[in-house]
Design a protein around this ligand. Structure first.
Ligand SMILES: [Zn+2]
Length: 617
C-alpha cells in the first residue's frame, strides 16, 4: 500500500510586506544555495498528455545521487508558490512544497510547507528529518534577512559560503581600472562607484558576480545607469570582468544561449522550454551581461533551482492544468496590458484592462489556441478560470507585456562610442547579418567643403575637418551615440534612442557657432544633418560593426535635404512624445514640408529644426 504524504509546516509573522517577502523567497536559486541544498543538473523539458517536467539530478551532501522529475513551479505573485518533485529512488517518493504569504495588520504571515510521501515505512524517520529541516531552514533564512534589514545592513540578503577573491589580482586590476577612469574627464567614473563594484565582487555570492546586469545593479546601488555601464566596460577592458552575450527567448525571457564574443553569435537560437527556434536580433534578444574574471574570483557557475518565480519576474501567475481539467484561482492584476500564454504550445491571448470589464476571466485552451482569443478584465482582484480542453498538459501563465528596461541590449551598447573604442574587435562574424528593430541613424556633412579646400588649401582645410570630427565625436559620445564611419567630410553615427540622436543633433547645431568662434574659423564650418530611425541590419564591414538597410539610406537622403545649421528629420520622429518632451530644452524654429527622396519610394513629410543661437559665444 502506498504511504500517505506527511505534512510539515512552519509559520511565523514578519514585519515585512508580502511584496518584500516575495522578493526574498521567490529567488529560490539564492534560497536553495544559501540553505545548503546541492546544485542541480536539469534535462530538457518533456511535454505530453501525462506530464510537463524536466529530469533533474543532484548529489545530496555531495555524495548521495538523487534523481527526480521536476514539474513547473506554480505561483500567484506575491501570495504563494509551490513545486512538485517525483523522486526515482531514496526516501522521498514525492515532494510538494512551497510558501504562502498572507498579509496581516503587522506585516505578513509566512507559511512554509512540505507534503512529502515516504517511499515506504522504512523511510518515515528520514522523511521527518528532511521535512522538518527544510521548512525550518527557510524560516531561519527569513529571520536572518529581517535581522540584517533591522541592523540597516546595506544588502540584507542572507548569504552562505561562496568563493573568495584573490586580493592581489583584484587590487592590481582595480588600480588599472582606477587609472583609466579616475583622472581623465572623458572616461571619469566616481571612486564611490568603483568602491561599490569592489565591494560587490568581494561580498556577493557566486551567482551574484556572474552574469551581472549593470543597470539592475545601478538601481540597487543608487548610481547612474550609464556611468555604471561605462565602469563595467572599462573593468572588462582591464581584465576584472568579462563579457557575456545572452540570447534571450522572446517568450520566456530567460537566457537560452551564451557567447563570449559577438563574433560567436549565431543568427538563430533555440529555446528548449518553448520548443521554438528564434532569429537573433540585436535589440531585446541579445543582452550584454558581465561576469567576474575567474582569475580574480573563481565563482562557481552552477544552477540550484531553474524554475522558481525569480526566473520569470514578468509572470504574475503560473498554473499547471492536466488535460480535461479546470483550475480556478484569484490574483490581483493592475491596470496594464497583460497576456495569457501556454508554455510550449506558445498560444497567446491578450488581456486588456477595462473599467467595466468582468472580474472573472475564463480561459479555455484547445489545441488551436485560447478561446476567446481576446479578453478584458477589471483591474483589482480577478478570478481566473483555466480550462484545458487540449490533449496535453497545460502550463499557463499571465504575464506583463513590457520588457525589462534594465537590460543592456547589444544594439544599445554597440552604438556607444566608448564600446566601439574599447572593444573594436567585438564585431559579428564576417558574412553574418543580425537584425535591429530600432536603430537611430545620423548623417552629417560639411556644407561647401570643396570650396573650403580651394579657399584655404588642403592642409588647413583638412585640419579644420579633423577638429570638426572631434567636436562631433564629443557631442555624439555625450549623448550615448557612436561614430560608425566617416566618409570624406561626412559622418555616420548611431544612437540607442531617437531622443539621444535628436538631442545630439540639436546640441551640435546650437554650439557649432561657438566652436567656429573659438577656433576663429573663417569661413565658419556649416554642418548639414539628417536623422532617421527604424529597422536595419548589423554586419561586419572590414572588421568593424556597420549597419545597412532602408533606414540608413533614408537617413543619408534626409541629410541631403539639410541646408546647413539645421537638423532634418521625418515628421513621425518629430512628433514622438519623447522627442517633443526632450525638445522643450531647446529654442528653435520648425519648417515642415513634403518631398520625395532620391531613389526612395513614396513622399516624405520632413521637419527642419533650426536652433535659435544666441549672438554671444
Ligand atoms: Zn522560451
Amino acid at each position: 500500500m502506498p504511504e500517505r504524504p506527511k505534512r510539515f509546516v512552519a509559520e511565523k509573522e514578519f514585519p515585512l510586506s508580502p511584496v518584500q517577502m516575495w522578493d526574498l523567497l521567490s529567488n529560490t536559486e539564492h534560497l536553495n544555495r544559501t540553505i545548503g541544498l546541492p546544485h542541480v543538473i536539469y534535462g530538457v523539458p518533456s511535454v505530453g498528455a501525462d506530464g510537463f517536467f524536466r529530469e533533474a539530478s543532484a548529489k545530496a551532501f555531495g555524495v548521495l545521487p538523487m534523481r527526480w522529475k521536476e514539474y513547473p513551479f506554480e505561483w500567484v505573485k506575491p501570495e504563494r508558490y509551490a513545486v512538485l518533485r517525483e523522486f526515482e529512488g531514496g526516501p522521498m517518493a514525492r515532494f510538494w512544497g512551497g510558501v504562502e504569504l498572507q498579509p496581516t495588520s503587522h506585516g505578513t504571515l509566512l507559511r512554509v510547507f512540505a507534503d512529502i510521501t515516504p517511499r515506504g515505512a522504512w523511510a518515515k524517520p528520514m522523511v521527518s528529518l528532511i521535512g522538518r529541516k527544510g521548512v525550518m531552514d527557510t524560516l531561519h533564512y527569513c529571520d536572518k534577512f529581517l535581522a540584517l534589514a533591522q541592523a540597516k545592513h546595506r544588502s540584507p540578503l542572507p548569504r552562505g559560503d561562496h568563493s573568495r577573491v584573490s586580493r592581489p589580482t583584484l587590487d592590481r586590476t582595480l588600480s588599472r581600472v582606477r587609472a583609466e577612469t579616475e583622472f581623465r574627464t572623458e572616461t571619469a567614473v566616481s571612486s564611490s562607484l568603483l568602491g561599490k563594484l569592489e565591494q560587490h565582487l568581494i561580498e556577493g555570492t557566486d551567482e551574484e558576480v556572474l552574469r551581472m546586469r549593470p543597470f539592475a545593479l545601478a538601481d540597487a546601488w543608487n548610481t547612474d545607469r550609464l556611468e555604471t555601464l561605462r565602469l563595467f566596460l572599462y573593468a572588462t577592458r582591464e581584465g576584472l570582468l568579462h563579457l557575456d552575450w545572452e540570447l534571450m527567448c522572446p517568450n520566456c525571457r530567460v537566457p537560452k544561449a551564451e557567447y563570449r564574443s559577438l563574433k560567436d553569435l549565431s543568427a538563430e537560437f533555440h529555446c528548449d522550454l518553448c520548443g521554438v527556434n528564434y532569429e537573433a536580433d540585436m535589440d531585446q534578444y541579445t543582452e550584454l551581461r558581465f561576469s567576474v574574471n575567474p582569475e580574480v574570483r573563481p565563482a562557481e557557475d552552477a544552477v540550484y533551482c531553474i524554475g522558481g518565480p525569480i526566473n520569470a519576474p514578468h509572470v504574475y501567475v503560473q498554473q499547471y492544468v492536466p488535460p480535461g481539467e479546470e483550475r480556478v484561482l484569484t490574483v490581483i492584476l493592475h491596470d496594464e496590458l497583460l497576456r495569457a500564454r501556454a508554455l510550449r504550445a506558445n498560444h497567446k491571448s491578450a488581456l486588456t484592462p477595462a473599467d467595466h470589464a468582468p472580474q472573472e476571466v475564463t480561459l479555455i485552451c484547445r489545441d488551436d489556441g485560447w478561446h476567446p482569443a481576446l479578453q478584458t478584465f477589471q483591474p483589482g482582484r480577478v478570478t481566473i478560470r483555466w480550462r484545458n480542453e487540449s490533449d496535453k498538459v497545460l502550463v499557463a501563465v499571465i504575464e506583463r507585456m513590457e520588457w525589462d528596461e534594465r537590460a543592456v541590449t547589444a544594439a544599445q551598447v554597440t552604438a556607444m562610442q566608448e564600446f566601439r573604442n574599447l572593444f573594436s574587435s567585438e564585431v559579428l562574424a564576417p558574412g553574418r547579418q543580425i537584425g535591429i528593430r530600432n536603430l537611430c541613424v545620423m548623417f552629417t556633412d560639411l556644407k561647401k567643403s570643396t570650396y573650403l579646400y580651394e579657399l584655404v588649401g588642403d592642409a588647413s582645410a583638412f585640419g579644420r575637418v579633423r577638429r570638426h570630427f572631434d567636436f562631433l565625436t564629443d557631442c555624439i559620445q555625450r549623448n550615448r551615440g557612436g561614430i560608425v564611419k566617416t566618409i570624406g567630410d561626412a559622418v555616420m553615427a548611431v544612437f540607442p534612442t531617437q531622443a539621444d540622436a535628436v538631442r545630439a543633433g540639436m546640441e551640435i547645431q546650437s554650439s557649432v557657432g561657438r566652436f567656429n568662434h573659438s577656433l576663429q574659423l573663417d569661413p565658419p564650418l556649416v554642418i548639414k544633418m539628417g536623422i532617421h530611425h527604424g529597422t536595419a541590419i548589423a554586419v561586419n564591414a572590414n572588421d568593424h560593426l556597420d549597419y545597412f538597410g532602408r533606414t540608413v539610406n533614408i537617413a543619408a537622403r534626409i541629410q541631403n535635404e539639410s541646408e546647413g545649421g539645421d537638423v532634418v528629420l521625418t515628421q513621425e520622429v518629430f512628433e514622438e512624445p519623447e522627442i517633443q518632451d526632450m525638445l522643450r530644452n531647446f529654442s528653435f524654429e520648425v519648417v515642415r514640408y513634403e518631398t520625395t527622396l532620391k531613389d526612395i519610394e513614396g513622399a516624405f513629410r520632413l521637419c527642419r529644426l533650426i536652433p535659435k543661437v544666441s549672438g554671444e559665444w
